[in-house]
Design a protein around this ligand. Structure first.
Ligand SMILES: Nc1ncnc2c1ncn2[C@@H]1O[C@H](COP(=O)(O)OP(=O)(O)OP(=O)(O)O)[C@@H](O)[C@H]1O
Ligand code: SF4
Ligand SMILES: [Mg+2]
Length: 347
């Protein structure tokens, strides 16, 4: 696995750099700013979780990186740099090579991605031969090896079966094999387990964790489940209404959240470390109407701490140290206090 060696060598170096990315959908009733200027980096071998409620722009942002945005969606600003290359400048042909060789994506519903009329083996072999110049026999061998890696018993026999002969969990394993088959430097997993029952979900997460540790590939893990984030991610990005509202390592986000939306999200989502009887408290109010977003802070209308300035001006991203940032006016004083502490360390 060439990329695997690369991944190990380059640990702690930047692999993906997203800067002020903006994506809009130009609908008959107006422009929907689905992603409104987000920036983040991902290092080689790093696993980042993206969380946020439905409609916050998690998938749209991932599609933009993969070059899979469908009309009327369009990247209207910003840049995406992957391994030093400008992704947005690539032609469709270059993007096809990019998908598969460099990055791949696992989608939420495996049935929509697997073709029911071809055997699993044919689909895996095709996926490899699309991107790598190897013989059919070699591709077959590699496919069997990948099925083994994702925990499918009797892979030689399974290669000749059709998707409907696999259970939901098994199909999701095949999708993971498909995502990994060309040995990508980065994998985007968009809610890869939500369609599965809890026990199978846990097995798939365990499997992905295991594969990540073996290959050291970078992963962007889009999920509604904070338990999954705690289990597999190094860092977390919290999105709300197409913006990043908070970002940091898992410990900072879970134990020292600073943005009111993140705090609400933590109270409303299941966690692995929660007591079974702990109540989940939904965040009051309705998500933002993306056609007519509010002025100022997008979370303003639902925020219990909302101040006058929040309704007028968008809050800046505040650096809280250790790669932890949050966009909230409440933190402006906190930022001043942190800066003062740095200037006078003996105080
Ligand atoms: N085809 C489309 N036409 C118009 N707007 C769209 C279209 N697809 C997405 N959007 C807009 O983009 C926003 C973000 O959608 P996205 O699918 O990224 O949400 P998400 O965070 O992945 O949600 P979920 O958790 O439900 O998957 C939506 O709120 C919607 O307003
Ligand atoms: S900026 Fe204001 S409205 Fe937005 S989260 Fe902070 S306190 Fe709430
Ligand atoms: Mg989505």
């Amino acid at each position: 696995m060439n990329n695997m060696v690369n991944n190990m060598d380059k640990k702690n170096q930047k692999l993906l750099e997203v800067k002020d990315l903006r994506v809009s959908f130009f609908t008959p009733v107006g422009e929907v700013k689905a992603v409104g200027g987000i920036s983040y980096d991902l290092n080689y071998g790093e696993v980042m979780g993206i969380v946020g409620e439905s409609g916050s722009g998690k998938s749209v942002e991932a599609y933009a990186i993969m070059g899979l945005l469908q009309s009327p969606g369009k990247v209207v600003g910003g840049s995406i740099t992957f391994d030093g290359e400008d992704v947005l400048a690539k032609s469709e042909k270059e993007m096809q090579a990019f998908r598969g060789n460099q990055v791949s994506m696992i989608f939420q519903n495996p049935m929509t991605c697997l073709n029911p009329v071809y055997t699993i083996g044919d689909q895996l072999i095709e996926a490899i031969r699309c991107h790598k110049k190897i013989s059919k026999a070699e591709a077959r061998e590699k496919s069997i090896e990948m099925l083994k890696l994702v925990g499918i018993n009797n892979p030689e026999r399974r290669m000749n079966q059709y998707p409907h002969e696999f259970s939901g969990g098994m199909r999701q394993r095949v999708m993971i094999a498909m995502g990994l088959i060309c040995d990508p430097k980065m994998l985007i997993a968009d809610e890869p387990t939500t369609a599965l029952d809890v026990t199978i979900q846990a097995q798939i997460i365990e499997l992905m964790k295991d594969i990540q540790q073996k290959t050291q590939m970078a992963i962007i893990f889009i999920t509604h489940n904070l338990g999954v984030v705690a289990e597999i991610c190094d860092r977390v990005t919290v999105m709300y209404a197409g913006k990043i509202v908070e970002q940091g390592n898992v410990e900072d986000i879970f134990y020292r959240p600073h943005h009111p939306y993140t705090m609400g999200l933590l109270r409303s989502m299941p966690r692995l470390d929660a007591e079974e009887y702990e109540r989940l408290i939904p965040i009051e109010g309705t998500p933002v109407d993306m056609l007519n977003p509010p002025a100022g802070c997008p979370f303003g209308p639902r925020c219990e701490h909302c101040m006058k300035i929040c309704l007028r001006r968008e809050p800046p991203q505040i650096d809280l140290g250790n790669g932890h940032t949050a966009a909230c006016w409440l933190l402006v004083d906190e930022a001043k206090r942190l800066a003062k502490k740095e200037e006078t360390p003996n105080e």
